[in-house]
Design a protein around this ligand. Structure first.
Ligand code: ASP
Length: 443
């Protein structure tokens, strides 16, 4: 008999917000023998205006730093855990843990220590609930003295510790510095821990359980009931998340990319849904020509016109140097004959506008500089586009039909995306038009 697939399962905050959610998680874990390593987040929101435990911890620690009384703030956090413990019917107490945390807050153990307790305590409760061993992330997730993450040491420590265990709970989001003090990843960082564990134990799959059934083809606030993407490559995901569609923490991808370990994004509230598979590469043909549509508003562009710019050595570098000297980054640099445009984040650009114009006049002597603001960029992403003729034609026909004026077109050399610049006010109409032509008219 072949062994069951070895899976690392990470559960996000909303999947662990209360006892009811914990029970769903317990059922999911017990449903498959191979779900041996569990990475929990801290309890998230139970309802729309609720506060995540991580944010409660930041708040309580702020009081502690100021020397104010944080006892009640910490008690409110304890109440949330106690309600979970009671709801699960566990004979388990966090009294001693909270006594230690109280003391460390008083000693000002640091904001990272404070924030990390959400995952730490949830790991403790989860371990008591499942009967799995608790492995403190501080022992296996390692940072260097300068605060940078040490992937090799982490992989080594994790591998040694976890492969010796049949089952384990490893809290997400934090690790430790060489002096033993706690350091967290950036917000949403439990996703990273999950992927590190998956790599270290050589899992067959990293399941990331959240409150959506995977990646959607478009933003559901713009498109009604968008289709779920069944398989997406890491590169496609990177392009879409760059354009605003975030389900997984960006850095969660890097440990797994070269390992051939797929990520399956699943919904704790709808475990029967297959979710989205995120893979390095696949011969799985997407159902539609495009995989997804992402986009962001709020760009400004500078277009520089100068006759014969193509004959001028270093023209592009000089333009970008002006931007660099202002400490700004650029998003896109579409160019034409005798024109060159730079798209930048409008908010970042505005305070530097006049200096950039002056800098450009000084360094490249343009014939004309034209500024535009309130622009949006839309990325149409899909590995299927490479094989298909007429994708661009269909996009632009759809946009023309919807009376959207296209300001810029940029097909990445990866042929994985086409980026379109439109005015902010056309953003939603454009996305709907593209979705309609590729998805709805295919049904
Ligand atoms: N609890 C942390 C946060 O709220 C980390 C995580 O959930 O991944 O950002």
């Amino acid at each position: 008999m072949s062994r069951p697939m070895l899976k690392v399962v990470k559960f996000g905050g909303s999947s662990l917000a209360d006892a009811g959610q914990f029970k769903k998680v317990g059922a999911i874990i017990r449903a498959e023998e191979g779900r041996r390593y569990v990475v929990p987040s801290a309890p998230g929101r139970r309802f729309a205006n609720d506060t995540k435990v991580t944010d409660m911890l930041y708040g309580a620690y702020e009081l502690a730093e100021k020397g104010a009384d944080f006892t009640q703030a910490l008690q409110n956090i304890k109440d949330r855990y106690d309600a979970i413990i009671r709801g699960l019917g566990l004979d388990y107490s966090l009294d001693e843990e909270f006594r230690i945390i109280h003391q460390h807050f008083q000693e000002k153990a640091g904001v990272d220590y404070a924030a990390s307790r959400g995952e730490y305590l949830n790991g403790k409760v989860m371990s008591a609930y499942l009967g799995f061993e608790f492995v403190d992330a501080a022992d296996v997730v390692k940072f260097d003295e300068d605060g940078s993450f040490n992937d090799r040491l982490t992989d080594k420590e994790m591998h040694k510790r976890l492969t010796a265990l049949e089952h384990a709970v490893i809290p997400g989001f934090y690790g430790s510095l060489p002096d033993g003090s706690i350091k967290t990843f950036s917000r949403g960082g439990s996703d990273i821990t999950g992927s590190l564990v998956a790599k270290a134990v050589h899992a067959d799959m990293y399941e990331n359980w959240t409150d959506v059934s995977g990646f959607l083809m478009a933003d559901p606030r713009i498109v009604e009931n968008p289709v779920t993407i069944s398989t997406i490559t890491y590169r496609e995901m990177r392009e879409l998340s760059y354009m605003g569609a975030t389900v997984l923490h960006e850095d969660a991808v890097f440990p797994l990319r070269k390992e051939g370990i797929p990520i399956n994004v699943r919904n704790t509230n709808r475990p029967e849904d297959p979710g989205t598979m995120v893979v390095e590469s696949t011969c799985n043909k997407p159902k539609y020509t495009i995989t997804g549509i992402g986009g962001k508003k709020g760009f400004a562009s500078i277009t520089i016109e100068k006759a014969m710019m193509n004959a001028e050595i270093g023209f592009g570098r000089k333009v970008l140097q002006v931007i660099e000297d202002e400490g700004l980054t650029f998003e896109h640099i579409p160019s034409g004959i005798d024109t060159f445009s730079v798209y930048m984040n409008q908010k970042d650009f505005e305070p530097h506008e006049q200096k950039i114009i002056a800098g450009l006049h000084r360094s490249v002597y343009p014939d004309m500089i034209e500024l535009e603001s309130d622009l949006a960029l839309i990325a149409v992403v899909g590995r299927g586009m490479r094989r298909t003729r007429g994708t661009a034609g269909r996009i632009f026909a759809a946009l023309a039909h919807a009376h959207v004026n296209v300001k810029m077109i940029d097909q990445g050399s990866s042929e994985l995306n086409i980026i379109i610049g439109v005015e902010n006010r056309d953003f939603e109409t454009a996305i709907r038009a593209i979705y309609d032509i590729f998805v709805l008219s295919q049904l």
